[in-house]
Design a protein around this ligand. Structure first.
Ligand SMILES: [Zn+2]
Length: 252
């Protein structure tokens, strides 16, 4: 078959995963994270909110710390021990310069070659209408990956001692309608990913009947994605390439 998607290159060391809410990364991308950390790569999570508005029957003051704890537990299942929260307000995250600056700051501190986030389009995979926070956080992550390399964008970050970082090569969006690359998560990575979503037990209970059972849902999604990559199980990403690979084509 000639129309399989290519595998995402893995010749890099550091990844920053940027999400709106606890559980966003766990709906698929966490299995790719498990593969990467098993290879010795360092993956850090950056959450725009604590997901405090996510449980109907629980006040945000209670839900925020609970969901933060579940996110740290889910991250640990896939080999991630640094989870940072920006404390934007769940459900009403404002797209704009403040959010871009916050993500840029994290990119300059962690210096990732790969940034992972969720689709920022109005529709996502399966034609599902994407949630507002997901849209603004995903787009801000894409813009921040470029902002991080320009010392004259957010010059106040230089005053904080953060030098520009222009080393982000790929910005990868999970849940996209038109993915360009895939990551093979057959076997252990998928199992770690399922454990990662299962760490959000209280949140899932709060969803009631809307909540999918992690193992069958993630296995089904991974198998469907695997067909596009020619493997048993995969996570697919829409990959934006920021840094040019090799010599530009006009240099002979
Ligand atoms: Zn979400």
């Amino acid at each position: 078959m000639t129309d399989l998607l290519p595998a995402l290159p893995e010749d890099w060391e550091r990844c920053l995963a940027v999400a709106a809410h606890p559980d966003d990364i766990e709906y698929g991308a966490a299995s790719a994270v498990a593969r990467w950390t098993a290879q010795g790569k360092r993956v850090t999570y950056l959450l725009a909110t604590r997901g405090e508005a996510g449980i109907d029957g629980m006040h945000p003051d209670e839900a925020g710390p609970l969901r933060e704890a579940e996110e740290r537990g889910g991250a640990a299942e896939v080999g991630v021990d640094v989870v940072e929260f920006l404390d934007h307000r769940d459900g009403v995250v404002e797209g704009g310069l403040a959010l871009r600056r916050d993500i840029t700051r994290a990119i300059r501190r962690h210096r990732p070659e790969v940034v992972v986030s969720g689709a920022f389009t109005v529709r996502m995979v399966g034609g599902i209408t994407n949630q507002a926070d997901h849209r603004v956080v995903g787009l801000a992550a894409l813009d921040a990956a470029r902002d991080a390399g320009n010392r004259w964008v957010f010059p106040e970050l230089a005053d904080e001692g953060l030098e520009p970082w222009g080393g982000v090569r790929y910005v990868c969006f999970a849940g996209a309608e038109r993915p360009t690359h895939g990551v093979d998560i057959t076997g252990e990575p998928l199992l770690r990913g399922i454990a990662s979503l299962n760490a959000h037990a209280e949140y899932m209970r709060g969803l009631g009947e809307e909540s999918p059972d992690a193992a069958p849902f993630l296995t089904w999604a991974a198998r469907a994605a695997g067909a596009a990559l020619g493997v048993d199980a995969a996570v697919l990403f829409d990959v934006h390439v920021l840094a040019m690979e090799g010599r530009p084509p006009w240099v002979s």
